[in-house]
Design a protein around this ligand. Structure first.
Ligand SMILES: Cc1cc2nc3c(=O)[nH]c(=O)nc-3n(C[C@H](O)[C@H](O)[C@H](O)COP(=O)(O)OP(=O)(O)OC[C@H]3O[C@@H](n4cnc5c(N)ncnc54)[C@H](O)[C@@H]3O)c2cc1C
Length: 323
């Protein structure tokens, strides 16, 4: 009889009982609706133990990789510890490296704390030590690198970004918690075409995801579109061109809204460029990051061009409400 551990208490699951039925029988009401694995209201995470594959049917690969499952169709084959969310510890680390990537984007490399695991493209929440002001920043490093890389854009009047530019120095201590987010690459389907589209520092998660994809030896075509209002807003061009030259299946396409198209790039509205460039996007896996209205428009456009919702991963960089 498998044991389900939830919030420090053990519950015994009867033969042929689902996790949802077991918890309900013990008076623990988890969110649920359809009770047939369709609506995903009862999605929960196995913190320990492995959910049976049929309890993960229909979930995105990134959720499966994080051990999420549907409690209403999960008949556990062994003990499991389940949680609605996990509380991340706070890490205190030093800034190792700071470098301007263009006039309004700075690259930070932070110490990687022991035991901190993440997927390239997830984000962390950075705290300003003086007052605990908190903002999210995407991880541009890959999981095998021994530092954490962030790309921070200076926002006019922005509290955190201006402190990062003008106050934070190499050797200073910062605090963060995380990781979070499901915008990352899960290996598998190696022939699947991939499309990565980012505006501004939306390149940060994509830079991590792209190198992850290449490290895993993905075989299908990979298109990276980096968009900016104008050419000075692009960054990491030399590195991305070098990656493009070394990998036959990669095309790096810089895009600008105003001014001449960059070398090998496109001038136009990034929301429309993917379907204009590639035609149908049926069968693609797509990653979209950066400015929220553009990410939302892109999500709609790639869906209309044929990409399944299951294969669209996005991180709109929504602003924080006023602190
Ligand atoms: C999941 C996630 C990942 C993120 N990843 C990154 C990343 O990798 N790199 C990065 O640079 N940012 C990223 N952001 C945005 C970041 O969290 C902050 O919102 C941003 O740095 C601005 O913070 P601030 O304190 O400087 O500005 P605030 O003090 O919060 O804002 C100042 C003013 O600027 C406006 N504003 C805020 N952000 C912007 C903007 N981007 N453009 C125009 N106006 C703005 C606000 O509405 C406000 O009026 C991410 C956000 C999320 C939710």
């Amino acid at each position: 009889m498998p044991t389900i551990t939830f919030e420090g208490k053990d519950f015994f699951c009867a033969d042929d009982e689902t996790v949802l039925e077991c918890m309900t029988r013990h008076g623990v009401l988890l969110p649920s609706s359809c009770q047939s694995g369709a609506c995903q209201t009862c999605m929960i995470r196995a913190v320990e133990g492995t959910p049976p594959p049929e309890s993960q049917n229909g979930l995105k690969d990134t959720l499966k990789a994080q051990n999420y499952f549907l409690a209403c169709v999960c008949k556990p084959s062994g003990d499991m510890s389940i949680g609605l969310s996990t509380v991340s510890p706070r890490y205190k680390i030093a800034l190792l490296h700071k470098e301007l990537l263009n006039e309004s984007v700075v690259r930070l490399r932070l110490e990687r704390p022991a035991g901190f695991y993440y997927r390239a493209g997830q984000f962390i929440n950075l705290l300003r030590p003086s007052d605990e002001l908190t903002r999210s920043y995407s991880l541009a490093s890959t999981a095998d690198e021994d530092f954490l890389e962030l790309h921070v854009k200076r926002v006019p009047e922005g509290k955190m970004s201006n402190w990062v530019f003008d106050g934070l120095q190499v050797g200073d201590e910062v605090v963060f918690f995380g990781p979070a987010g499901d915008c990352f690459y899960v290996p598998g389907k190696p022939e699947q075409p991939l499309l990565l589209v980012g505006t501004g520092t939306g390149l940060a998660p994509l830079y991590g995801i792209l190198r992850d994809v290449l490290n895993y030896g993905h075989l299908g075509p990979v298109h990276l579109l980096h968009a900016s209002l104008a050419a000075p807003g692009l960054y990491l061009e030399p590195e991305l061109r070098a990656l493009d030259a070394r990998n036959d299946n990669l095309s790096y396409i810089p895009c600008v809204l105003h001014g001449d198209a960059p070398e090998g790039g496109i001038q136009g509205n990034i929301a429309n460029i993917p379907s204009q460039l590639l035609g149908t996007l049926k069968g693609y896996r797509v990653f979209l990051c950066g400015d929220p209205p553009i990410v939302n428009a892109l999500r709609q456009n790639v869906f209309l061009a044929g990409t399944s919702m299951q294969d669209i991963f996005s991180d709109p960089f929504v602003f924080s409400p006023h602190d």
